[in-house]
Design a protein around this ligand. Structure first.
Ligand SMILES: NC(=O)c1ccc[n+]([C@@H]2O[C@H](COP(=O)([O-])OP(=O)(O)OC[C@H]3O[C@@H](n4cnc5c(N)ncnc54)[C@H](OP(=O)(O)O)[C@@H]3O)[C@@H](O)[C@H]2O)c1
Length: 249
């Protein structure tokens, strides 16, 4: 895949899945804006990309804060003059049964996992409409389709919300040549969130996966790169499941 001449913005790119996506897009020639709240991690990823011969820069932003997101996208445009690919990957995964859940736990999850996708998509869409081209890819979860596991009602609600949001945005932006899709991973074992989730689920979870193994960051990266590519030009409003068959829509 060739992303030469493209500018990509990946949120939550300081570690985990976002780091993998940022590195892969840069390897394929995109200039990548690496976004998150922890500057040292962002700088490490930028260093990894540059060492490998790619182009990247870090921007510190909280995706749940409108002002941060406006200066995030403004910063990308100041530097690159365009935005071709937005990957809404930033996410939090708190654990609390509904009966025990604080209002704050609910609010933080919805603010980052749902409102963050709205804020970043809104800012990106304004530029992509001007360009009449663009790709927005939202990283949801198997919870988008089957609801969160116990302790994750807020997370499931946010991810399902992103799924519905994606379809409306795809309808709104289609006339401008912009596609909007979701990638919905199952349990991805080689990230902090994945390890936390694995510890909560226990080994019996493996038996529910027809392919018999957990996913990796690379599995998600492959799906994102495809949806960002020209090969996916006629796909919009879709969810690509990357879950080993644990849930079939
Ligand atoms: N791993 C899995 O099993 C799995 C399964 C299904 C879906 N997913 C989804 O995949 C995405 C990435 O997950 P992951 O496993 O890579 O998680 P992770 O290792 O915990 O990384 C999450 C990233 O999001 C960033 N982030 C969190 N809150 C943010 C905020 N308010 N603003 C900006 N960045 C923020 C974090 O950086 P800072 O804290 O430094 O900001 C971090 O870089 C998430 O949307 C998650 O829901 C993961």
């Amino acid at each position: 895949m060739n992303f030469k001449g493209k500018t990509a913005l990946v949120t939550g790119a300081g570690k985990g899945i976002g780091r993998g996506i940022a590195r892969a897009l840069a390897e394929e020639g995109a200039v990548v804006a690496v976004c998150g709240r922890t500057l040292p991690s962002l700088n490490t990823v930028v260093g990894e990309i540059r060492t490998a011969g790619g182009q990247a820069f870090a921007i510190n932003a909280d995706v749940s804060a409108a002002r941060d997101v406006e200066s995030l996208v403004g910063g990308v445009l100041d530097r690159c003059g365009r935005l071709d690919i937005l990957v809404n990957n930033a996410g939090v995964y708190l654990t609390a049964a509904v009966a025990e859940m604080s209002e704050e736990e609910w609010d933080v999850t919805i603010a980052v996992d749902l409102k963050g996708v709205f804020l970043c998509s809104r800012a990106a869409a304004r530029q992509m409409i001007r360009q009449r081209t663009g790709r927005i890819i939202n990283i949801t979860s198997v919870a988008q389709l089957r609801g969160g596991t116990p302790g994750h009602a807020h997370y499931g609600a946010a991810k399902a919300g992103v799924g519905a949001f994606t379809k409306t945005l795809a309808r709104e932006l289609g006339p401008f040549g912009i596609t909007v899709n979701c990638v919905a991973p199952g349990l991805i074992e080689d990230t902090e969130m994945g390890r936390m989730s694995k510890a909560l689920m226990g080994d019996s979870y493996l038996a529910t996966i027809p392919l018999g193994c957990l996913g990796t960051v690379q599995d998600v990266v492959a799906a994102v790169l495809f949806l960002a590519s020209d090969q996916a030009r006629y796909i919009t409003g879709e969810t690509l499941n990357v879950n080993g068959g644990s849930h079939m829509a």
